[in-house]
Design a protein around this ligand. Structure first.
Ligand SMILES: Nc1ncnc2c1ncn2[C@@H]1O[C@H](COP(=O)(O)OP(=O)(O)OP(=O)(O)O)[C@@H](O)[C@H]1O
Ligand SMILES: [Mg+2]
Length: 175
């Protein structure tokens, strides 16, 4: 049965890094699709911005796409910030209503660590006042209350995080 693995967390917390590594590992034995927030927004929903409504709509549409693919037996990996709890919960509900699994992984690092990594330079731009509405800086991030897995990427190596998330998927498949 298909499954969606949603990697939620602050910018630069490690979502895309873990998604690529997980996809590479699982692709040996499974059909895998990564829906990375950046590419999906740019290529499929370019009209969506970063208002509260647009962020929620981005998660709703990405969740729907993930559910459709999971319905064909794929492991769908979504490294997407998804800052709002209600929007994530709705994706879980939609999966479960279709008999599909939704695994939420909280990719967590202290905001200071994320700002230090600053893979895309967004925190620096926000600090300089060049952009506003950056999640975790001046826009809210609602951390998962009961994630299926909580990864502290500021304490664990990429390899350790990868092992844990791969074990989560394998465990869910065997249930
Ligand atoms: N345990 C870890 N897991 C994941 N990434 C880690 C870990 N430790 C250090 N890193 C580093 O943190 C950075 C995370 O960047 P990445 O692009 O994956 O973040 P992101 O969450 O996808 O950000 P964005 O929301 O902006 O797309 C990478 O440079 C990665 O090498
Ligand atoms: Mg990313």
């Amino acid at each position: 049965m298909g499954v969606t693995v949603w990697l939620t967390g602050l910018p630069s917390s490690g979502k895309s890094t873990l998604a690529s590594a997980l996809a590479e590992r699982l692709a040996r034995t499974r059909r895998v699709q990564v829906l990375d927030g950046d590419a999906i927004r740019r290529d499929l929903f370019p009209e969506l911005g970063f208002s509260k409504d647009d962020r929620a709509e981005n998660v709703r549409r990405t969740g729907l796409l993930a559910r459709l693919l999971a319905g064909h037996g794929a492991v769908v990996i979504t490294p997407v910030i998804a800052p709002y709890r209600a929007a994530r919960d709705a994706v879980r509900k939609d999966h479960e209503a279709h008999g599909l699994r939704y695994l939420e992984v909280f990719v967590d690092a202290a905001p200071e660590v994320c700002a230090e990594r600053d893979v895309k330079g967004l925190y620096a731009r926000a600090k300089r006042g060049e952009i506003t509405g950056l999640t975790g800086f001046d826009d809210p991030y609602e951390a998962p209350l009961q994630p299926d897995l909580h990864l502290r990427t500021d304490r664990l190596s990429v390899a350790e995080c990868l092992d844990r998330v791969a074990a989560l998927v394998t465990g869910a498949e065997s249930r």
